[in-house]
Design a protein around this ligand. Structure first.
Ligand SMILES: Nc1ncnc2c1ncn2[C@@H]1O[C@H](COP(=O)(O)OP(=O)(O)O)[C@@H](O)[C@H]1O
Ligand SMILES: [Mg+2]
Length: 399
């Protein structure tokens, strides 16, 4: 049904006047031909005064040429519509210019729809400012978190060092014993030489013997000092069997003290990991001391090195007291210890877990009360380490 049957021109004007958008129609001669109520307000014009006057009259002479060019472009069909945001009298307007044609496609003029978007723009600006503030805050927080992480890393390294000192304490008690034997021998040799300095044959035998004893002591002390020294962090390829063997030598007095049998089974002696050997070694020392602590005298501990695809697995199996199922989930918690009487720190497994994770590896435990425990360290072989460390980092980021 044609509109004309229901609405007359006044009705249409009333409708157009009621919308909250300025509507201005400029005819093909560039004259104001229609301005609705909002349009009058926006342009501060009275339609009665303006109707029939040229649009150029209300533009500064500097932009008249541009306005004429634009009108011509609309007329020639260079563009059917244009859109721009302009600012006048402190208000922002979203302007859309649309070409109007009659039924035969002849150019009638240009309709300008103008919407006051000052408030929207203000809100958008506020939102942008709030966003910028938020981003800045996030950056600050990230910086703070990174700094806290760095501090945590330093603290963890210090803890590692203190855990190492705890291991040294045990090493030293065995060492004292071990030093006393050669010391007795050295004393006897020197006493004999002093008692009979002219006995060249005796001196020739006893002095080298005393020297040998001193050498033994020197090696032990050197090893202790080397182990106690804080190490610089450097990731490099290292032989896993050597790391395991060094860790065993740190706990050998403790093994001896308890008369524990240690069995080693290395499936492959040439496996290399990529990492900080002294930290990984510290993990094995922790696990071995735990295994020894769990054992009664004359029990057995087994160490196995196995290759499993891209990883090396080191298993430390003891026949000790085992861990109750309900306690297993607590053993990696910092300060969880059942060795209150034996000066346990409860940090060994917590630190071991972190060291192994930082190397792109994992740690597993199987245990049964009164039967024993098996701790398994899985580390990527050097050739695959980079990939595993990155994947582990991604996992950490995800959670
Ligand atoms: N091989 C093991 N056998 C039995 N219990 C173990 C073993 N390893 C660890 N645990 C348990 O886990 C606890 C935490 O170990 P750890 O973090 O090394 O601290 P700490 O040795 O100082 O107690 C131990 O106190 C012990 O109860
Ligand atoms: Mg421990």
């Amino acid at each position: 049904m044609p509109n004309s049957e229901l609405l007359n021109k006044e009705d249409l004007v009333a409708i157009i006047d009621s919308v909250d958008i300025g509507i201005i129609f400029v005819d093909k001669e560039s004259r104001f031909a229609f301005v609705n109520k909002v349009g009058e307000k926006i342009r501060s014009i009275e339609s009665k005064e303006r109707i029939g006057t040229s649009v150029l009259d209300c533009h500064h002479h500097k932009v008249r040429e541009k306005v004429t060019q634009d009108m011509n472009s609309f007329k020639q069909g260079d563009y059917a519509s244009r859109h721009k945001i302009i600012k006048t009298n402190g208000h922002y307007f979203d302007n859309t210019y649309n070409v109007v044609k009659d039924e035969d496609g002849n150019f009638l003029g240009v309709a300008l729809l103008s919407q006051d978007i000052t408030e929207k723009k203000y809100l958008e600006d506020e939102l942008k400012k709030a966003n910028a503030k938020l981003e800045w805050k996030i950056k600050e927080r990230t910086k703070e978190i990174n700094q806290a992480c760095e501090k945590l890393k330093v603290a963890e390294k210090q803890l590692l060092q203190s855990e190492k000192m705890a291991a040294i304490g045990q090493f030293v008690s065995g060492l004292a014993h071990e030093i006393n034997n050669p010391l007795d021998g050295i004393q006897n040799c020197i006493r004999a030489v002093i008692a009979d300095p002219n006995d060249k044959e005796q001196t020739g035998v006893f002095l080298p013997l005393a020297l040998e004893g001193l050498y033994k002591i020197e090696v032990l002390v050197k090893q202790l000092l080397e182990y106690a020294k804080p190490k610089s962090s450097e990731m490099k390829s290292c032989n896993i069997k050597n790391i395991v063997e060094e860790s065993i030598s740190i706990v050998r007095f403790k093994l001896k003290e308890k008369k524990i049998e240690l069995h080693t089974h290395y499936e492959n002696e040439d496996l290399e990991i990529h990492g900080e050997a002294h930290y990984v070694g510290q993990v094995f020392v922790n696990l071995l001391i735990n295994a020894i602590d769990a054992c009664e005298e004359k029990e057995k501990i087994e160490i196995k090195i196995i290759q499993e695809n891209e990883n090396v697995r080191v298993k430390i199996i003891d026949s000790g007291c085992g861990i109750a199922a309900e306690d297993i989930k607590k053993i990696y918690d910092p300060f969880y210890t059942t060795k209150q009487k034996k000066n346990g720190t409860g940090l060994g497994l917590y630190l071991s877990y972190n060291v192994i994770k930082a190397h792109g590896g994992d740690i597993f435990v199987k245990s049964e009360i009164d039967k024993g425990s098996e701790f398994m360290i899985e580390l990527p072989l050097a050739a695959f380490a980079q990939k595993a460390v990155i994947e582990n980092k991604l996992i950490e980021e995800l959670f």
